[in-house]
Ligand binder design. Structure first.
Ligand SMILES: [Zn+2]
Length: 247
């Protein structure tokens, strides 16, 4: 995954965007615009699109913070991090080396979801402070943006904690199996197998939703499943080829 647009660097880590990011950014702005228009019919067209644009930009800032959490913890534990790239399905931190111990793997993996949970509750907390009441639609553009960001970040943390490698939850699972079995390769194979099972469930769920009338949303879930399947298979094969042969 190579960046096509470089934004700069933080703590020596190059921050960039992959071209697929622009497609998803446009889709997010369009769908948010539609949603804001529906929920807040009294907003002006200008307000709706500015809110949609600001929300999309802030969403990518929160994704970047999730990746930075992974990367900075990795750096703190002595791993080199080359770049963070944001793309259609989120972000990737390009950490140069594999974790050398289960504890490092655990903390690097869980740092991202912890960041997303803090951001999520932080946004909802600020919205509540500004007068938003739970289980009602936000009344102002600012609380609207904060509530959307709050829920999407909590959702992101929950999604990432699904225990299928290479999702963060799969890495946490791998770290736990690694700590228990003291066998890094075996833990990768088990976590990658679980990841493949999770991916198949995503694909089946997406296809089922598609034929139940969910349309694009269903295909999107199936696509994420296909992406996860590919990544899990690559992780499994990487171990298979890199595993030392017994002599
Ligand atoms: Zn993550």
């Amino acid at each position: 995954m190579r960046s096509t647009v470089k934004l700069g660097s933080i703590s020596g880590i190059e921050i960039g965007l992959h071209y697929s990011w622009f497609i998803i950014a446009a889709l997010i702005v369009l769908s948010l615009g539609g949603r804001f228009r529906q929920v807040n019919p009294d907003w002006s067209t200008g307000e709706i699109w500015i809110a949609a644009l600001v929300t999309a930009v802030l969403f990518f800032v929160t994704l970047l913070l999730h990746e930075l959490a992974h990367s900075l913890v990795a750096q703190a534990r002595g791993l080199r991090v080359r770049a963070i790239t944001l793309f259609a399905l989120g972000g990737v931190s390009q950490i140069q080396e594999d974790s050398t111990d289960a504890k490092t793997e655990f903390w690097v993996a869980i740092a991202g979801p912890i960041a997303s949970v803090i951001i999520g509750f932080g946004c909802l907390g600020i919205a509540l402070g500004l007068g938003w009441q739970r289980s009602t639609e936000p009344q102002t553009a600012v609380t609207g943006v904060l509530v959307w960001l709050g829920y999407i970040n909590l959702g992101l943390a929950a999604f990432n904690m699904i225990p299928g490698f290479p999702l963060d939850g799969g890495r946490v699972l791998r770290a736990i199996i690694w700590a228990l079995t003291k066998d890094a390769d075996r833990s990768t194979r088990i976590a990658a197998r679980v990841g493949q099972v999770v991916a198949v469930l995503f694909i089946l769920d997406g296809i089922w939703r598609y034929f139940s009338g969910a349309g694009f949303g269903g295909l999107w879930i199936a696509f994420i499943g296909w992406f996860l399947m590919d990544a899990a298979r690559a992780s499994y094969n990487h171990v298979a080829t890199a595993a030392p042969r017994s002599v």
